[in-house]
Design a protein around this ligand. Sequence first.
Ligand SMILES: Cc1cc2nc3c(=O)[nH]c(=O)nc-3n(C[C@H](O)[C@H](O)[C@H](O)COP(=O)(O)OP(=O)(O)OC[C@H]3O[C@@H](n4cnc5c(N)ncnc54)[C@H](O)[C@@H]3O)c2cc1C
Length: 435
Amino acid sequence: MSGSSPTPASPSSTPPSLWAATAPSAPPTRTLAGETRADLAVIGAGVTGLSTALHAAEAGLTVTVVEAEEAGFGGSGRNNGQVIPTLAKPDPSDLVAKWGEAGERLARMVGESAALVFDLIDRHAIACEAVQHGWLQPAHRPSRLTVSQKRHREWTARGLDCRLVDRAETAALTGSDYWAGGLLCPTGGHVTPLALTRGLARAAQKAGATVYTASPVTGIDRRGSDWRVATPGGAVTARAVVIATSAYGQGVWPTLERSIVPVRNFQMSTQPLPPEVLAKVIPADVAISDTHGDLYFFRKTADGRLVSGCTLTSRTSDPTEAKARVIARILEVFPQAGRQTIDYCWHGQLDFTPDFHPRFYSLEPGIFAAIGYNGRGLALGVAVGRELARAAAGTPFSQLALPDGGKPRPLPFHGLITGVAPLMMHWWRHKDGRD
Ligand SMILES: Cc1cc2nc3c(=O)[nH]c(=O)nc-3n(C[C@H](O)[C@H](O)[C@H](O)COP(=O)(O)OP(=O)(O)OC[C@H]3O[C@@H](n4cnc5c(N)ncnc54)[C@H](O)[C@@H]3O)c2cc1C
């Protein structure tokens, strides 16, 4: 193998956030320089790419990860940290209707995904403030309890440990009488997502993978039966390639990047709540994302903050409106917390698909990709990574828990759709108030 530049890559590209301020530092990495070889080249160091790298390295493959910025630069380092063993909208019956038997396998994989995350955290001693007290999806109107009941029926049939909770138990878990009841999944919970991502990078390195950062991939070309993944300073030639760039892909595989709609989502944290208030806000320390289309979501942190967020109806990156909206929401749901001050505010890009189904591709012989997690990619990405590692090791795509999406279809008028997508939030808010 040739090598790499002698100086570690600068970690300065991570945007400011509560997570950036509190997570353990990233493991040392270098910028790719010169030509190198591996069995597997992974593009993107988020949870999908790093879980792929970890599992492939543990299976005995030589693995090189190539990241444009640094580990956790994308959604994996910016998200709310909710570890959720379901998808955003599709339930198992939807997966089976669309993908047949592979949809059944995907449903089981999703149902096991939260347990897999906490198992990996234990196994690799990842310090990420992991709390496995469950994930709760409360119903914001009594009529939405039908959503909870359907999900309960379908996911328990696929082995997911979850149960219905009534209004009183929901109030006891959350410290709020805002919700009408809901669905509780005990294997879920919350983590500091940037810390988890950096921990996965460290675990992948320990297992033998090489992680290059500040090394943006500029092209993938065939080299006989291998692929050459090029960056400005060097290239990696590998038998298999996994593309795990989610909503942050730029120029790696254009049809893939134009098959999703990137949507900005704001995240923010309060100051630490006073102890007497903290005890009354989410006393069970569950992660909460409710049934609103304009999602209400909350979780606490180890130092007693509430972390929430929202999506706006415009593409602005100005946080003023988002902060006002979230402060009002906290007052509405947790009046005992009073009017909160926001300490940290940041944003990230979600990767939406028109039908809310994630997509998995075998783009060319040996090139695999996953995208379209629709805001539910933390546990999903880790589980998908384990499957993609199997693909890289030679398991036929048809035997994975990932339905074959065929070839990615770029959305027509992609630029226009991306521009107007936030307006959909008006529709969700309208629906939220009606049914
Ligand atoms: C604000 C926000 C809140 C969310 N909250 C939750 C939540 O609470 N729970 C949940 O389950 N999901 C949540 N999600 C979704 C979840 O974070 C993502 O689905 C998941 O992190 C995607 O992981 P990934 O590894 O596939 O991609 P990413 O983490 O986005 O990583 C992609 C990486 O690819 C790199 N890259 C791009 N182009 C190149 C290139 N040319 N060369 C090399 N590297 C490249 C990027 O720099 C980036 O690091 C949230 C997402 C956002 C944005």
